[in-house]
Structure formats: structure tokens, C-alpha cells
Design a protein. Structure first.
Ligand SMILES: *Cc1c(COP(=O)(O)O)cnc(C)c1O
Length: 353
């Protein structure tokens, strides 16, 4: 009884301000002014607004060295945790770009976001979920090994990113790799966009990875965010190398533009979304060592390539020089490699009672 009496006034207090301010159904669609970093000149015409979706600044964590124990190291490693820009359905590097892209879609009074990517696209998943949060419908084109809609009925239809992409209510159009190559992503996007227009909708098209001039501002800002952390946190002062991975190019373009000293190592050994046994083993053993899961498509490959470079001598780390690795997220893509990753997991024990 006592709880009922106590709860009622609280409910009234919470509900009244919401209805009286007339907040829209999608309060996350909130445009705020964008203040570009001081090194940006007004002539570069920075965007004027963004929708604050990310938890910023993302932390920098000091982590165990990913170099093999054979390799004597006095070089510390740090991770820039852009895997945690948002929750599981939003997180990763794409959310920084979406802050600008979704603001532009809102300014243009669009109602539907249209984008494209691979079947385990982190970008499509983040766009669909952030889009829904801000009150947009989304339609995505997915490049699939098997484009048959039946394939999406089975367990693989809810694997990793697909679970969250589909939960958001996004409409999916499938194409084969061949069709994707033949038509190109712009053509495919404009086909979906035109058909939406003919239905009276207002689509806003976002290119692969959100990597256009506007999306890149997310990483120009990220560079300046890190510079501030670097200046203010003494434990970061020996960072001399910054390592990040690249896919559609927006992250690299933004960071390279914004960072004074950067280091880039390409990790595309076997090609997009194909991992060698060495790369999978590296992701597994680093998770076991550090509790950090690097993804199998981008960050695991890049960190592996970087470590291999150091161990083989192609990459030289001077005495005491520290490394910042930019963790861009993507753990959900690892579900597609679950059987390879889990092959030698610790045995589970039945509890002895
Ligand atoms: C998309 C993505 C990248 C590559 O970023 P681009 O801006 O497309 O170059 C790197 N890591 C992860 C986890 C990604 O999802």
C-alpha cells in the first residue's frame, strides 16, 4: 500500500513536464549548433548543425600489448574506444558520421534514409537504429552471398548486425556481389530512392559507410577530441603512433586531415570480410589476454598487420614510444565467424553441488 501512495506523485511529476512541453514522438531528433575545431577555417564551410547521438568524448584505455610475448616490448598500447560511441545497436565509428548526416536529412525534411552495405554492415545497422531513434524510416540495400529472401528466415537472418538492423523495422533489399559490382552503389541507391519518390516519400541517401564530405566531419571532430585528451592527460604523452583501419575511407580522411602525426597500416590481407586463420587466432588471443574484442573485418586485421609489421621489423617503434589504436567497433560482425572463434573456448563445467 505504501508504495502505491508514494509512486503516484512521482508519476505525476514525471509525466506532466513531458506533455506540457509537447516533446515530439522522437525527441532524439534534436539539432544543435556544430562548433568546428579551432583549426578549421570558415572558408571550408563546416556544417552548422549536428544531432548529438554519440557518448563523447570516447575514453582512451591503456591496454596490454598485443605484440607476442616473444617480442620484448617497452611500448605501451592505448585504445581509443570508438566501439563505445553508443550502445550495442548504435556503437562504432559510423555514429560519428551519422550525427551530421541525420542532421542534414532532418534539415531537408526527409522521411526515409536509404543506404547500402555488405550483409554484416555495421554502417547499415547503425543507420537503421539511429534513424529510427530520430524518427526516420530506413531502407537498406545489402550485398549478400545468397540474396534469396528465404535465406533470411533461418538463423543466419538474425546473426550479429542483422538482429539489430531488422529489429529497427528497416526494409531490406538484397543484391548479389555481382549485381553490386555491375551497377555500382550509387546506381542502386538511386533506384531505391526514385521508387520512394514515386510513392510520395522524401528519401535522403547516405553513401557506403556514410563516407562523403559531410560524414567526414565526424572524424575531423574526433581528431580534435583526441588532441584535447592528449594535451590534458599526462598518461598519454608518449603516444607517437596512431593506428586506424580504413574501409570506405571517411574515418581515415577525417582523422588524417585532423591529426598532426598519424600512422596508418592497411590490414586487407585476404580482402574484405575474409579472415585468415592467423587473423582469427590473433583476435581470439587478444580477447583472452585483454578482455577487448577486436572485430574480424576491420580492427582485428589492422592490429594484426601492425603487430606483424613491428615483429618483422617493417614498422619501427622507438624506445618508449607508445601506440594509440583507434578501435572503431564492429564486434557484431564477429558472429559470422563464431564457429572459428569459439573452436578452443574453455570447457564449461557443470557446477558441483
Ligand atoms: C566501417 C568500419 C571501418 C571503416 O571505416 P570507414 O570510415 O568506412 O573507412 C572500420 N572499422 C569498423 C568496425 C567499421 O564498421
Amino acid at each position: 500500500m505504501q508504495t502505491t501512495i508514494l509512486l503516484l506523485p512521482i508519476l505525476v511529476l514525471v509525466l506532466l513536464p513531458m506533455s506540457s512541453t509537447g516533446l515530439s514522438l522522437f525527441p532524439a531528433r534534436r539539432l544543435i549548433p556544430y562548433i568546428p575545431p579551432t583549426f578549421i577555417s570558415p572558408s571550408s564551410l563546416p556544417p552548422t548543425s549536428r544531432i548529438p547521438l554519440c557518448n563523447l568524448p570516447t575514453p582512451v584505455h591503456s591496454v596490454p600489448s598485443p605484440l607476442s610475448t616473444k617480442f620484448p616490448t617497452k611500448n605501451k598500447f592505448h585504445l581509443k574506444r570508438d566501439d563505445s560511441t553508443g550502445g550495442i545497436e548504435l556503437g562504432g565509428n559510423k555514429l560519428r558520421k551519422l550525427e551530421f548526416l541525420l542532421a542534414q536529412a532532418a534539415l531537408e525534411s526527409a522521411d526515409t534514409l536509404v543506404t547500402i552495405g555488405g550483409i554484416q554492415s555495421n554502417h547499415c545497422r547503425a543507420t537503421a537504429c539511429a534513424g529510427r531513434l530520430c524518427g526516420f524510416d530506413t531502407e537498406v540495400i545489402l550485398r549478400c552471398p545468397d540474396p534469396s529472401p528465404d535465406k533470411f528466415q533461418g538463423p543466419s537472418g538474425t546473426e550479429g548486425n542483422l538482429m539489430y538492423l531488422r529489429s529497427s523495422g528497416s526494409k531490406i533489399h538484397t543484391v548479389t556481389k555481382q549485381e553490386y559490382a555491375t551497377h555500382g552503389s550509387s546506381k542502386l541507391l538511386s533506384l531505391v530512392s526514385s521508387s520512394l519518390k514515386s510513392l510520395g516519400k522524401s528519401p535522403y541517401t547516405i553513401p557506403v559507410g556514410g563516407s562523403n564530405a559531410l560524414g567526414t566531419w565526424g572524424y575531423i571532430s574526433a581528431a580534435s577530441e583526441f588532441r584535447k585528451q592528449f594535451e590534458e592527460d599526462d598518461t598519454l604523452k608518449n603516444i607517437k603512433h596512431i593506428v586506424y583501419t580504413t574501409g570506405s575511407g571517411g574515418t581515415a580522411a577525417g582523422l588524417t586531415y585532423g591529426l598532426i602525426k598519424s600512422f596508418e597500416e592497411k590490414g586487407r590481407n585476404k580482402g574484405y570480410a575474409i579472415s585468415s586463420d592467423e587473423e582469427i587466432n590473433f583476435v581470439k588471443s587478444y580477447a583472452e589476454k585483454s578482455g577487448v574484442f577486436l572485430d574480424t573485418v576491420y580492427t582485428g586485421k589492422a592490429m594484426y598487420a601492425f603487430c606483424k609489421g613491428v615483429e618483422e621489423g617493417g614498422v619501427v617503434l622507438g624506445e618508449g614510444e607508445e601506440v594509440l589504436f583507434w578501435h572503431t567497433g564492429g564486434a557484431l560482425g564477429g558472429y559470422a565467424e563464431a564457429s572459428r572463434i569459439s573452436s578452443d573456448f574453455q570447457q564449461v563445467k557443470r557446477m558441483d553441488l
